[in-house]
Design a binder for this molecule. Structure first.
Ligand code: SF4
Length: 359
């Protein structure tokens, strides 16, 4: 069905009360903003960006550790490109990001995939390379696949990967989740299966729709959520059937299970979320950069783990406030002069809103 037809259907079943719908993916927030969906939906539907930006929630202490490795240990550090500007809490005299570490002589390599990191390590056997692996399930499965190929020993992984659903589970358990329906991430469901989100209708009585990354798919998901709310039936509706199948991708899931185990993990600004992170299992833990370089949290760093002073990213990430209610939004925090990680990443809600004209 076309976007126009879905939109017509949405207006035909528009609720007579306020309905708040959260998305869990920076890609979805981009589709919503690029297509201007907020301006064409019925007025009483509010779309809330949620915890879908891996750069935003990547532990500050992991980025700090990567910077220290690059500057003090002569280790080459590889990361996905939008991690390079994510800021850490240090004095202005020190390198505040991987990009600044590069300007100070560190070897910082933006890379598009873990395979590229493995190739670099193979071509530079005399150098240690640490791959800072931040991301969600979709980017973590390729890390597991790369490790399963037994990459060279001079490569190690600083694993900062996270599962998406535990953040939503934590939000719902806290009683602070003020949404009436959830758009679940299509690419995560492609890997892990839509069943991961079944706890929301089952335990919380809220509808879920899995969406892809076109305005049509997003509108189909919104239509499904409004229909479920109207009819009082709640389930996980797969509105991205071309890619999402029951059980997800068995090969990717089994690789993840073989190479990694799920552990409690810190999210930047949010603290520890139970069973939300990954850790390498033996024998793959020989590639664990934390073990190889003895990386420990530094007790003297007072703002370790926190957002930069004044930055409301943690509130934005959990959908408690929209980006433009942060005191620093647009003054002085902009994509050119980012203060928090949500203004750095292409998947950060602040950057997406600013880039699409929310002033
Ligand atoms: Fe953080 Fe900047 Fe967003 Fe405010 S506008 S929440 S400072 S990233």
């Amino acid at each position: 069905m076309s976007a126009r037809a879905w939109l017509k259907g949405i207006h035909a079943i528009a609720p007579d009360h306020m309905v708040r719908i959260m998305n869990v993916c920076g890609g979805h927030e981009r589709v919503i903003s690029e297509a201007g969906l907020r301006s064409v939906l019925p007025k009483n539907i509010t779309l809330i960006p949620g915890p879908g930006c891996p750069v935003c929630v990547c532990p500050e202490e992991d980025i700090f550790a990567a910077i220290q490795l690059a500057l003090k240990e002569d280790v080459a550090v590889a990361a996905f490109g939008d991690m390079l500007r994510a800021p850490v809490n240090v004095s202005p005299k020190e390198a505040r990001s991987l990009e600044e570490a590069r300007a100070r002589g560190g070897t910082i390599l933006p890379m598009a995939s873990p395979t590229e990191a493995a190739r670099w390590a193979e071509a530079h056997p005399q150098r240690q390379l640490v791959f800072l692996a931040a991301g969600f399930e979709t980017t973590t499965a390729p890390v597991a696949a790369m490790l399963a190929q037994n990459p060279p020993d001079n490569l190690s992984v600083l694993l900062a990967a996270r599962l998406t659903w535990p953040a939503v589970a934590g939000l719902l358990a806290s009683g602070e989740a003020h949404f009436d329906g959830l758009v679940a991430p299509g690419h995560v469901a492609t890997v892990m299966g839509p069943e991961e989100w079944a706890f929301i209708p089952r335990d919380h009585g809220l509808p879920v729709a899995v969406a892809g990354f076109t305005p049509e798919s997003m509108l189909a998901a919104l239509h499904s959520l409004l229909k479920q709310i109207r009819e009082g039936t709640v389930l996980v509706d797969n509105c991205y059937p071309a890619s999402v199948h029951p059980g997800g991708n068995p090969g990717a899931r089994s690789l993840l299970n073989d190479i990694m185990t799920v552990v409690d993990a810190p999210w930047r600004g949010l603290g520890i979320i139970p069973q939300s992170g990954f850790q390498l299992r033996p024998p793959w833990d020989r590639y664990d950069a934390r073990k190889r370089f003895g990386i420990q949290p530094d007790a003297d760093r007072k703002r370790a783990g926190a957002m930069p002073p004044g930055c409301d990213c943690a509130q934005v990430v959990m959908g408690r406030i929209p980006p433009n209610l942060c005191r620093l939004y647009g003054k002085p925090c902009t994509p050119r002069t980012p203060i928090g990680p949500c203004m750095v990443s292409d998947e950060g809600a602040c950057r997406i809103w600013w880039s699409h004209g929310s002033r």
